[in-house]
Ligand binder design. Structure first.
Ligand code: AMP
Ligand code: MG
Length: 339
């Protein structure tokens, strides 16, 4: 244990402390509206390398750089295409990351060796106050150990990062619950690289020309050269073997009744999904926004209760549901049973 990790509140004094650590090249767990981030100075190779070490993250998986004002884009990216300007106007501050051509000021370690960088302007008050205070763009991947479910509370961050970082700022439960939507721009199209709270339909208010990268719904090989590197790794996984069941409620019930043993748990929309069947379950919500909000907390709880096998009801694949489905596919290692 290298650090005696402190969890601090999000008072003005704590924000000043976090900013001070960041200015001095340290890594701090910070709340955002999507999930908690593991932040460091995006310009500082040494600080960014500490993020990769704390997470155990593969070095070809780029980090998202967080800013608190449009002015901060100057010096980070070469140019901002018209479509990107429109997206920023519509969705920033908020859970949208735009991949743009980077300047030399962004070190290769931050961009995972790519000549582009993902930029986001979060809406979370505490995240913005920390960026404003240290006046630095912050590289911040999700604050979990690489491969684990993303953290949506300071306690989740502490569970993964205790002893690995000096400080975590507690800003309560992350309201969105899944990571940002990631997009890139191709001629006159928006390409969705990772679905999030900003949905395909939201993006279509900017242009009809929205393409969905094949990595969103299909398994990519680990050695593949891909548009969105993070999407190729097994991810978000509890230790249990998760299987997604794509079916209506009755067929789900019948399937799990016939395939469960003593260490099986179910992940359902609401407890009533399993009426009449005696298998322990945790519910993650009946609407896509509720499911996004609770998904990672429920995946972590399944570890806490010692589930070995989990049958999960499949979310809808539209709206925010596409983001939930995308994370569940990776949590399950793409094990889907369609009934
Ligand atoms: P996170 O896991 O929340 O740190 O988000 C980082 C993810 O955003 C990466 O794993 C990629 O999928 C995506 N991303 C970030 N920067 C880029 C980039 N320059 N090009 C493509 N995808 C990116
Ligand atoms: Mg992550």
């Amino acid at each position: 244990m290298k650090y005696n990790t402190q969890v601090i509140d999000n008072s003005k004094r704590s924000i000043a402390k976090a900013a001070d650590l960041l200015t001095n090249g340290e890594v701090v767990g910070i709340p955002t509206e999507t999930v908690y981030g593991l932040a460091g100075n995006a310009f500082d190779e040494n600080a960014v390398s500490k993020i990769f070490i704390a997470k155990g993250r593969p070095s070809d998986n780029p980090l998202i750089v967080h800013i608190s004002s449009i002015d901060m884009l100057d010096g980070l990216v070469e140019n901002v295409p018209e479509l990107a300007k429109k997206c920023a106007e519509e969705f920033w501050p908020g859970p949208l990351t735009m991949v743009l051509k980077k300047t030399d000021r962004i070190p290769d370690i931050t961009s995972g060796g790519l000549d582009t960088v993902g930029i986001r302007m979060p809406s979370h008050k505490t995240a913005r106050a920390i960026i404003d205070k240290c006046k630095l763009p912050l590289a911040a991947p999700s604050a979990n150990l690489s491969g684990s479910p993303s953290p949506t509370t300071a306690q989740h961050v502490l569970n993964d990062m205790d002893g690995r970082i000096p400080c975590i700022v507690d800003g309560g439960y992350s309201p969105v619950g899944v990571e940002s939507t990631v997009i890139a721009f191709e001629e006159n199209a928006i390409k969705l690289l990772r679905p999030g709270f900003i949905s395909v339909d939201d993006l279509k208010t900017i242009t009809d020309n929205v393409l969905v990268d094949k990595g969103v719904l299909t398994m990519l090989k680990n050695d593949a050269v891909v548009a969105s590197p993070g999407m190729k790794y097994k991810h978000y996984s509890p230790s249990a073997d998760v299987v997604l069941i794509d079916s209506d409620c009755d067929s789900f019930k019948e399937y799990v009744a016939n395939h469960s043993d003593k260490d099986t748990w179910c992940m359902v929309f609401s407890d009533s999904d399993l009426d009449g069947v005696d298998i322990p379950c945790i519910s993650y919500g009946t609407t896509d926004t509720e499911q996004a909000h609770q998904l990672f907390d429920v995946l972590r709880k399944l570890d806490d209760v010692g589930a070995k096998k989990v049958y999960a009801r499949c979310p809808s694949k539209t709206g925010v549901g596409l983001a939930v489905y995308n994370r569940m596919l990776r949590a399950s290692g793409f094990q889907v049973i369609k009934l």
